[in-house]
Write a protein that binds this ligand. Structure first.
Ligand code: PBG
Length: 352
């Protein structure tokens, strides 16, 4: 028996069943490029930086190959590299020399992040400098807030520290602050404090839906911020909760957030997609340290093709609805995207 194919209407007929020929538009890279719905761009990427005390320090984080703790004197060359690569935004984390139970290093005018912001703004004024606002790196016990004698993380007293920290970052020159502590009311507290200090024009990028995740493990090595006891489940979200994530986002927007972060990214793409439908604000997804470490480990073993896997993962995050992606892969992606556009015919001079 043979098949009768009538394709004149764009439909094929096989045993009387109409079907569509999707493969027509997949035949060549030129066609695929024309119909591609989601494209990664360097404009989407935010690169996290870990700044540490000391001089001449460039210390690789063991669980995050390719990611370094840098001392302030290293930032000028780092900024130059980012500019060459075309990466336009960084998210700063600080590792202070001294930690205490009031997180005083977090809001010290000469704290590590404040110094780093000033240095970056001096050598790369165009670079968008976003600062992570949290207490965990500055507390001797590694918790995100003030801890009561019974071990409880106190919400309202912590707000004041966060607000002071945010103001000091902006005073140092930060373009945007990103509170990641997950205390209730912190966006409101930070907005009030920024406005009172005259920074009405400085935006807040809030980690609105941040889950209590095992994927932060390598970050806590990098930022030296693992809690000495207990965990972060009394303030970060339960991984099972989708509706609550949408309420968290709505609440942060009501409190004055200008843009939001969903974190981690890969196990939470449903939240990204729903947030994209429901809220008309810029959305970032944080492709966190554990997600990075898994890819690096598998790539080092030769088990996956790192470049293709990373580009596929980040495309997935963008396709889900994130317009900004915070990722440790940013520098590699910049090199790969450059190579790719370098080989397309459009990038060649017309005379050739
Ligand atoms: C808190 C903070 C964390 C991350 C970003 N900000 C760690 C935590 O909540 O324990 C994690 C980022 C990552 O894993 O890449 N300051």
């Amino acid at each position: 028996m043979s098949f009768q194919l009538d394709d004149s209407q764009g439909l094929g007929t096989r045993s009387g069943t109409p079907f569509q020929r999707f493969r027509r538009l997949r035949r060549t890279e030129g066609l695929r490029r024309l119909v591609r719905e989601t494209r990664l761009s360097l404009d989407d990427l935010i690169y996290p930086l870990f700044v540490t005390y000391g001089v001449g320090i460039r210390r690789e984080v063991p669980s995050m190959p390719g990611v370094y703790q840098l001392s302030v004197d290293q930032l000028a060359s780092e900024a130059e590299e980012l500019a060459t690569l075309g990466i336009g935004a960084v998210l700063l984390f600080g590792i202070p020399e001294h930690k205490d139970e009031r997180a005083s290093g977090a809001y010290d005018e000469n704290g590590i992040v404040q110094q780093a912001v000033r240095e970056l703004k001096r050598c790369a004024p165009e670079l968008v400098v976003i600062t992570d606002v949290c207490n965990c790196e500055y507390m001797s016990h590694g918790h995100c807030g003030i801890v009561s004698p019974t071990g409880e993380i106190l919400n309202d007293p912590t707000l004041e520290l966060l607000a002071k920290t945010a103001v000091s970052h902006v005073r140092a020159g930060a373009d945007m602050v990103a509170p990641s502590d997950m205390m209730d009311g912190r966006v409101w507290a930070i907005r009030q404090a920024l406005d009172a200090a005259g920074f009405v024009e400085t935006p807040i990028l809030s980690y609105a839906a941040k889950f209590a995740s095992a994927f932060y493990g390598p970050f806590r090595d990098a930022a030296e911020s693992a809690p000495a006891f207990g965990d972060r489940r009394s303030h970060q979200m339960d991984p099972g909760n989708q509706r609550e994530a949408l309420r968290e986002i709505a609440a942060d927007l009501e409190e004055g957030a200008d843009a939001i972060i969903i974190k981690p990214a890969l196990a939470y793409l449903d939240i990204v997609a729903l947030a994209r439908q429901r809220f008309d604000v810029p959305i970032a997804a944080y492709n966190v340290s554990g997600e990075y470490a898994m890819v690096k480990a598998a790539a080092r073993n030769g088990w996956i093709d790192e470049r293709r896997v990373v580009l596929e993962l980040l495309t997935g995050i963008k396709r889900a609805g994130a317009g900004m992606i915070i990722t440790y892969h940013a520098k590699d992606v910049a090199r790969w995207l450059r190579e790719e556009t370098g080989t397309t015919s459009l990038a060649r001079p017309l005379a050739v």
